[in-house]
Design a protein around this ligand. Sequence first.
Ligand code: PMP
Length: 418
Amino acid sequence: MNTAGSPTLSINVFPVEKIRKDFPILALKLKGHSLIYFDNASTTQKPKVVIDAVKKYYEEENANIHRGVHHLSAAVTLAYEKARGTIGKFINAGKEEEVIITKGTTESINLVASSFGKKFISAGDEIIVSEMEHHSNILPWQLLCEEKGAVLKVIPINEKGELILDSYKKLIGPRTKLIAVTHVSNTLGTINPVKEMIAIARGAGEIAVLIDGAQAAPHLQVDVQDLDCDFYCFSSHKLYGPSGVGVLYGKEKWLNAMPPYQAGGGTIKKVTFAKTIYADLPLKFEAGTPPIEGGIGLGVAIRYLEGIGISRIATCEQELLNYATAKLQKIEGLRIIGTSSTKASVLSFVIEGLHPLDIGTILDQVGIAVRTGHHCTQPLMEHFGIPGTVRASFSFYNTFEEIDKLEEGLKKAVRMLS
Ligand code: PMP
């Protein structure tokens, strides 16, 4: 226990106060209150090393990559490709060429839906998603199904917010071509048993499995070879890196067989009006000038996280989640949405009789940033019969004291709004 009566992390070695100093924005005062940032599932704050890397890029390194012979262009091409290597190692990709740098998770999924869809999906084929997907992992498949006359099937969830695996097994059939499922739910926090799900798909024939890792990469050790997934997508901005950049990992055998997603500068070996020969991986999928400073910044963010240790981060965040869950569920009328025993540090809830938006507004008055609404998971809201939730999502830079303040703020909201 510390002087305020809150427990300190049992992993005493976790230097949270020192770590907080790495994030300049955490020192911010809002309306006289210290910022308490619990909207990490939307986007995470950036450590100074990332901010400095982006600043340094513009002050000392700016040039376009992959096509210049001059000093700056060559140096920044090296830096960008080094970042690709860092990203590849971070997820244990077998080959660097399997790491495609995109604008983010949404673009990565659209890339696969468009390109894989063009080549491998025909009328009557089936694509499986789950009821807990983010809209970004529903709509590209819905569009593809409409275009090709394919069928979208949905894995249902139980009341704890877990996928029903028996139903999943029954959905897989001879026409199943692709399964797209989230590793961690952005609304419920549920960590899905994706390795087991991939193994089940492997037993049913040549089915590609895409994992939406937007909410997993910041919290879990991801190993794409161990998972044996065909595609894995995530965003830099949720991983303490710059926004506007993300990753598509894809197995070489698929990426080589898929047509380019967007065509343009950088994607080619030779262009004539009669025929164009496209570049090898990964450039075939990286049309136009990429997010150069973003890619470099993401590499720096990953190295920063590795410096702390992903497993230490996971332990710390689990402790914060457990502490917050125990505290908040004592508040009268509060119902947690998403009660799986395997969760990442995302805590969604509703309070009887109160609108999530009103709760969020009152918390904001005391400097606490949470997210309210449907979190781009409207089918999930429909399942639970609610318009939205309040979502507090924790990062390793959050503290128990901040959770105590959230509890106080929620009690205040109940008093004011009831
Ligand atoms: N999938 C999940 C599970 C997410 O949480 C998000 C972001 N909220 C996305 C996809 C989309 O990510 P982005 O907006 O970075 O493309």
